[in-house]
Design a protein around this ligand. Sequence first.
Ligand code: CMP
Length: 140
Amino acid sequence: MAVERTFSIIKPDATKRNLTGAINQKIEAAGLRIIGQKRIKMSKTQAEGFYGVHKERPFFGSLVTFMTSGPVVVQVLQGDNAVAKYREVMGATDPAKANAGTIRKEFAESIEANSVHGSDSPENAKIEIDFFFKPEEIVD
Ligand code: CMP
């Protein structure tokens, strides 16, 4: 299986509740390595750019407000099949539909405050990693 990278965000609802370590434990227990990680306050410009694909959606304004409401932890994860594996570890976007044991089932508050983001394809993972990380900030 191919070694891949994916991009992750631990969102403000999770950092606020001191869940960074608990989420990282689930990531590492799944065999994914955290090879880049920084805690930042996302700017409005960054949030609007990062979520630009959703700009016509009714939840866009609320999503940008939420993502800039507190610290986030942006991460680069590496491992076999990392994109699909992290999506399994996260669970469905809507925590009500997420499987038992997933991050979103255990920790998410709502479909918006759903604790984590993960890339949906290897192509988008590269774009998202490049959006937030300089090459020297990733150490594998
Ligand atoms: P994420 O995986 O980061 O991608 C887009 C985000 O928009 C999603 O997680 C949620 O935080 C948010 N989102 C998706 N669908 C909805 C929705 N129906 N209502 C509100 N927020 C949503």
